[in-house]
Write a protein that binds this ligand. Structure first.
Ligand SMILES: [Zn+2]
Ligand SMILES: [Zn+2]
Ligand SMILES: [Zn+2]
Length: 165
């Protein structure tokens, strides 16, 4: 978990086909190893989240599922999302009340998100291990951190460029 992988997928040019395939493969392998059932709907929701590295709200996901002929019952989609979040394949972005696929599935990490408020594109990276003062303050006050998620909002490069035209 201390690997210094600085992943910044969303805003970077990359081979997204490979990226999507890797993420699905990782999820499938993880589920086999851990005796979890990656049902078609769970897999579909993961694919939808991976599709554009964009944060999607539950309603948007539901609408897409419906379009693709999946059940349009909200509980089914919510349960699939819960599953993905619980097992680290996706994260919830509290500020947007939306979900995004994890860029480091299977890794025990404290995600940090760069969120574009114009296009909802989300890039995931890891919160800096140098962020010790945060932990020290918590320790000093006896606060027990269960998980840390950093969410930074701003405007991505491509939205800045579009604005300038
Ligand atoms: Zn990608
Ligand atoms: Zn993650
Ligand atoms: Zn943007």
């Amino acid at each position: 978990m201390n690997k210094k992988t600085s992943t910044l997928v969303g805003f970077k040019q990359h081979n997204h086909g490979d990226c999507l395939e890797n993420a699905i493969n990782t999820a499938e392998e993880y589920c086999i190893k851990n005796n979890l059932n990656l049902t078609p709907i769970r897999k579909k929701v993961l694919e939808l989240l991976l599709h554009e590295h964009r944060a999607l709200g539950a309603y948007a996901i539901l609408a897409m599922l419906r379009e693709q002929g999946f059940s349009n019952q909200p509980p089914v989609a919510y349960r699939a999302l819960d599953f993905l979040v619980e097992h680290g394949f996706a994260h919830k972005i509290e500020k947007l009340n939306a979900f995004v696929a994890c860029s480091l599935p299977g890794a025990n990490h404290s995600p940090a998100f760069l969120i574009c408020k114009k296009c909802n594109m989300v890039a995931e990276t890891q919160s800096s291990p140098h962020n010790i003062s945060f932990k020290e303050t918590a320790n000093a006050t006896g606060f027990q951190i269960e998980h840390t998620i950093i969410e930074a909002q701003g405007i991505c490069q491509s939205c800045v460029e579009t604005n300038q035209v």
